[in-house]
Design a protein around this ligand. Structure first.
Ligand code: ZN
Length: 324
């Protein structure tokens, strides 16, 4: 399956970059991250910055994001390793040129303080093309996964409209169930939920039910299957924190949502945490092992064309519709 490219639709690479630099460690996309992606056959990635609850997330961080995301992505482009993706058309160009397609993304727009002009700045100055409105907590735009359960606010509706208009793909990861419904109903463009798992296989309370998987597919959207151990099996159940269990989640998503609506939101996190905090899943420890997923899909009987759609084509389609 080596000839099938992979688009990782959720990689916390920019988050890692900020954390390491704030700790005084050197870190760059070119040196620390992209070689591992290449080794795993990953030819495109949505690279995300995110501020967790408790981390400073004001305008000064957005300024830093603009400076750093811009400089880092352009650095990889200047080195001939990657290409900054500004629209759907750029993705094929990157592939043809043998460069990794990098999509700039931000998770949880709390730091904008509800000021929509920041979204425009991030779009034009930091190349932002994928954004998550809320992280786990509620913010001005709407309810987060661990918040009060509220849906999108009027400001959230306005932000959604702006993102549709500018060409920023809306990611519903970390939104409350009500916010997800409001986004699905309110978005004029297809949306994605970049990293999740199947509640039918293991229910954390946040994994998606088959009903919701089907609903996102019915709206032309995309769901990504993630490798986080805590999302695929119970804490401490090392036996099932494995490639085999990941495949059960992924195959359920494909069976329910269809081969056109599932992607790989890998969300590898081994570089963000210690092994004790976050033991990587077995046989799928980091991005360099991604080829094992494609091989397992083949073994499970999926055609090469279906594997291509899941690994690459579906994201390219949804992204291109949102960001032509
Ligand atoms: Zn996330």
């Amino acid at each position: 399956m080596k000839d099938i490219p992979v688009f990782d639709i959720h990689a916390d690479l920019l988050m890692d970059l900020f954390r390491r630099r704030e700790n005084g460690e050197p870190c760059s996309l070119a040196a620390n991250h992209l070689p591992r992606l290449s080794a795993g056959g990953i030819r495109g990635a949505v690279i995300v910055d995110c501020r967790m609850a408790g981390e400073s997330a004001g305008h000064e961080h957005l300024e830093a994001f603009i400076r750093t995301a811009r400089a880092e992505i352009l650095d990889t482009e200047n080195k001939g390793i990657a290409k900054c993706i500004l629209s759907g058309k750029d993705i094929q160009k990157a592939l043809d040129e043998g460069r990794i397609a990098l999509v700039s993304a931000y998770e949880g727009l709390k730091a904008t303080g509800g000021n929509l002009s920041w979204i425009k700045r991030l779009y034009s100055e930091a190349f932002l093309r994928v954004a998550v409105l809320t992280h786990n907590d509620d913010n001005e735009y709407g309810g987060g996964a661990l918040g009060s359960g509220q849906g999108l606010s009027q400001l959230g509706m306005d932000a959604l409209e702006l993102m549709n208009k500018l060409g920023i793909l809306v990611d519903m990861a970390h939104a409350s169930p009500k916010t997800r419904q409001d986004i699905l109903m309110g978005s004029e463009k297809p949306v994605m939920l970049s990293h999740t798992s199947s509640a039918a296989i293991y229910n954390t309370g946040r994994n998606l039910s088959n009903i919701e998987l089907r609903q996102i597919a019915d709206h032309g959207g995309l769901v990504g299957a993630m490798t986080s151990p805590a999302a695929i099996a119970a804490p401490g159940d090392r036996q099932n924190q494995s490639l085999a269990r990941y495949m059960e989640h992924l195959v359920n998503m494909i069976n329910v949502a269809g081969t056109e609506h599932v992607g790989l939101g890998l969300h590898f996190c081994e570089y963000l945490y210690s092994r004790e905090e976050y033991p990587p899943i077995q046989k799928l420890e980091d991005a360099s092992k991604t080829g094992a997923i494609l091989d397992a899909l083949s073994k499970a009987g999926f055609s090469k064309n279906d594997i291509y759609k899941i690994a690459w084509g579906n994201f390219v389609r949804v992204f291109s519709e949102s960001c032509p």
